[in-house]
Design a protein around this ligand. Structure first.
Ligand SMILES: *[C@@H]1O[C@H](CO)[C@@H](O)[C@H](O)[C@H]1NC(C)=O
Ligand SMILES: *[C@@H]1O[C@H](CO)[C@@H](O)[C@H](O)[C@H]1NC(C)=O
Ligand SMILES: [Zn+2]
Ligand SMILES: [Zn+2]
Length: 304
């Protein structure tokens, strides 16, 4: 009898364990490690190594590879390190102040695995960063910008997922806008409740109805669109913080960066610039640098 009870107890216990685990199995975050290419370190042209297709997809996503322009290209999605991949890796290296070896050396693999902004580094073949010299700030094709009669922009908070409450977000977003306002003719204000706004800011997870899906923890942290789309999304799956430890990402640093995109700046090759593409967890990079200020003033002119 005692044996039977404890057997039932065990069954009930197992059932409880399964019930508690089920949600975490069903709703676990996608791609716990979204982009791990550590094992590809040392790969170079001529090799075929399982997983190289991930590097191709990465370089395609951020604008360095264009197999899509040539769908007939035999190696577009396989693990072959071909000529196109080598030249894309070289361009990526030049763009990140690394020696342009064209092979996946340790520095290059490390750089690719860093958390970064989702906006491509290279947006059009015609705007490719030239090899050799370090280019600084950059604009979107056609110098996309807000029209001259539009210097007072409003923003609103609109999230697909609640990650950080608006009361917490409000002051840091306001400070991030203030830094750009200080060096331009723009003013920024939160829109009245219910009023139409120029810019919306919020947290989203995975595929969320725009051109770029988020990728779960790590990898892409946020993205924003060129003028005058006015959309700035944080990836809800990151460890966000207003005061980050070494495993968290600083909300305010990312806001200052994404506002640069909202105004028309693209990624800069200057590692110190706010508009540089990658961020370290724990990093606080909130102040505009000379390159950022020079970029925005080149696009819109000096404030009067
Ligand atoms: C890229 O450049 C071409 C030629 O200058 C232009 O027609 C095209 O619209 C550009 N594409 C994008 C995405 O801006
Ligand atoms: C988020 O924080 C946890 C706990 O500190 C850490 O284990 C995890 O790696 C972090 N996630 C990312 C994507 O950095
Ligand atoms: Zn960016
Ligand atoms: Zn989005």
């Amino acid at each position: 009898m005692a044996l039977k009870i404890s057997f039932l107890g065990l069954q009930a216990f197992l059932l409880l364990v399964i019930m508690f685990m089920l949600p975490s199995l069903l709703f676990s975050k996608p791609n716990g490690r979204s982009f791990d290419i550590q094992h590809l370190e040392g790969c170079q042209k001529g090799q075929k190594v399982k997983g190289l297709n991930q590097v191709k997809q990465y370089l395609e996503r951020f604008g360095y590879l264009h197999y899509n322009d040539d769908p007939a290209h035999a190696n577009a999605n396989d693990d072959v390190f071909d000529d196109l991949l080598e030249s894309a890796v070289k361009e990526y290296q030049l763009n990140h102040q690394l020696k342009p070896t064209g092979s996946l050396n340790s520095m290059t693999v490390k750089q690719m695995m860093k958390p970064r902004c989702g906006v491509p580094d290279i947006i059009n073949d015609t705007t490719r960063m030239s090899s050799g010299t370090v280019s600084h700030f950059a604009f979107y094709p056609g110098n996309r910008q807000w029209p001259p009669d539009k210097r007072s922009l409003t923003y609103t908070f609109l999230s697909g997922v609640e990650v950080i409450d608006v009361q917490t977000l409000r002051p840091l977003i306001s400070r991030a806008f203030a830094r750009w306002a200080a060096v331009t003719q723009f003013t920024f204000a939160e829109a009245q409740a219910g009023a139409k706004s120029d810019i919306s800011i919020g947290f989203y997870r995975g595929a969320h109805g725009d051109t770029e899906s988020f990728d779960g923890p790590g990898g892409v942290l946020a993205h924003a669109y060129a003028p005058t789309i006015g959309v700035f999304h944080y990836d809800a799956d990151e460890n966000w913080s207003t005061n980050p430890t070494t495993t968290e990402i600083d909300l305010e640093s990312i806001a200052v960066h994404e506002i640069g995109h909202l105004l028309g700046l693209r990624h800069s090759q200057i590692t110190e610039a706010i508009m540089y593409s990658s961020f370290r967890p724990g990093e606080r990079k909130r102040e505009l640098q000379a390159d950022d200020v020079q970029g925005i003033r080149t696009l819109y002119g000096l404030p009067t």
